[in-house]
Design a protein around this ligand. Structure first.
Ligand code: C2E
Ligand code: CA
Ligand code: CA
Length: 410
């Protein structure tokens, strides 16, 4: 028997979808039962990957060289594409009677005497791949009932796959959106000033990302999507690099606050990103909405930068999540009160009590407290009474491009 030559082995145009273990097991079971029932030599499910196709699951009576789960072959070398295009019939009891089949390399390589193949389509009619059986010898006895059985099983496979396919489509769409934004020049960086409450002096600026390409999506949602598909670190570092580059003309006494998630700090080299910017002028704001599992790793990753003078702030303190634990574990230089605590702090006793507690904690530990999202003079006045060190918010200064901010400050 001839083997499938290596030049038919193929680099796929796109990645295969990830199939959950339970679905894979069910597909195996389906393949075995159909192959045994039809007395075929090989049954397999292929996934189309652009100009390649991948054997997802294979069931054989005896091993057939080149036909194994995970192998990717070119579309052109086999039957699948011709069947989907309608150029070959789904049912071929005897390949020697079909001229086009005799031009396909696999007919001789495997060899294929009889072939059954039906497309696996989702609800919208899109083709996932094919559900196929073949035997080495011709099987003139194959007919409409066998083909009908293949169709029934193919629909079963499609139903099994539908959740994984949907999940995969959503995953790809997130990746595409983040890519599109990056190609479109996003993130653009704006800066919001932080003010010392006692004398109103500007102490620094916080870099915030804007995504004009994805105008229907809030920045924190874009970051959440990016993190969900493993691109969060890339995006955060890109934003940080741009922020640093834009702050070359920032007056020396002002600090630059950048937002970075703990996961990114542990996987990316922040020191490289700072690109020579004096670490003593940088405050990294740790934003984390999921519990940190490896505090030791995080503390270790931050150690050299903190040694070099970089400050650490805990963002969104008091917002729930894990932020108070975060404060205890990280011993930050700065704690930023979440906007939900600032809002109506002048009229809401509970919020005021919570803010006061954090100020007390900060006083005892030598930590600076910043209130975010200050929108009214009354909120600011109450925060001043409570002893908050710094404040940030629309009432004091909007996020804006660096040029405009520097103009406003002069
Ligand atoms: P955050 O770090 O807590 O940033 C503060 C948010 O409050 C910003 O929203 C800011 O525009 C907004 N804000 C400022 N003053 C006020 C105010 O007076 N009232 C109200 N209601 N909001 C105010 P923004 O820019 O939409 O960012 C949302 C979140 O997205 C940020 O929350 C941060 O978690 C994330 N984010 C934004 N830019 C970046 C970035 O470059 N990197 C990373 N990792 N995360 C970012
Ligand atoms: Ca922040
Ligand atoms: Ca916040």
């Amino acid at each position: 028997m001839q083997q499938i030559s290596h030049d038919t082995l193929f680099e796929a145009d796109r990645l295969p979808i990830s199939i959950s273990p339970q679905v894979a097991e069910n597909m195996d079971r389906i393949l075995t039962s159909i192959r045994q029932h039809l007395r075929m030599d090989v049954a397999f499910i292929s996934e189309f990957l652009g100009s390649g196709r991948m054997f997802r699951t294979v069931d054989t009576a005896h091993p057939v060289a080149g036909v194994s789960a995970g192998a990717v072959l070119s579309m052109a070398s086999g039957y699948c594409q011709y069947v989907v295009e309608g150029r070959l019939p789904e049912l071929i009891p005897d390949t020697s009677a079909v001229p086009l089949a005799l031009t396909i390399p696999e007919t001789y390589a495997l060899p294929i005497g009889a072939h059954l193949s039906v497309p696996i389509r989702n609800d919208q009619g899109a083709v996932f791949g094919t559900f196929c059986c073949f035997s080495h010898r011709a099987m003139p006895e194959l007919g409409a009932p066998e083909l009908e059985l293949m169709h029934i099983f193919s629909r079963l496979v499609a139903r099994e796959l539908s959740e994984d396919v949907t999940r995969d489509r959503q995953h790809r769409s997130k990746i595409n959106r983040v890519h599109a934004a990056m190609w479109g020049g996003d993130p653009k960086i704006v800066f919001q000033p932080l003010f010392r409450v006692s004398d109103g002096a500007v102490t620094g600026v916080e870099a915030l990302s804007r995504f004009p390409t994805l105008s229907d999506t809030r920045p924190d949602q874009v970051y959440a999507e990016a993190h969900a598909v493993g691109m969060g670190g890339t995006l955060e570092m890109l934003a940080a690099r741009r922020a640093v580059a834009l702050c070359r003309d920032l007056p020396d006494e002002l600090l630059l606050h950048i937002n970075v998630s703990p996961h990114t700090l542990m996987t990316e080299d922040l020191r490289k990103t700072l690109h020579g910017f004096d670490p003593r002028r940088v405050v990294v704001e740790l934003t984390e909405h999921d519990p940190v599992e490896d505090y030791e790793g995080l503390i270790l990753a931050l150690h050299p930068l903190r040694e070099a003078g970089m400050q650490v702030a805990i963002d969104d303190a008091g917002a729930g999540y894990s932020s108070l634990r975060h404060v205890l574990m990280m011993r930050p230089d700065v704690v930023k009160l979440d906007v939900t605590l600032t809002r109506h702090v002048d009229t809401d006793g509970l919020r005021k009590a919570m803010a006061a507690a954090l100020v007390e904690y900060a006083r005892r530990t030598g930590t600076i407290v910043v209130a975010e999202g200050v929108e009214t003079e009354a909120e600011l006045e109450t925060l001043r009474e409570l002893g908050i060190d710094e404040a940030q918010g629309y009432h004091l200064g909007m996020p804006e491009p660096i040029g405009e901010l520097l103009k406003d400050m002069n």
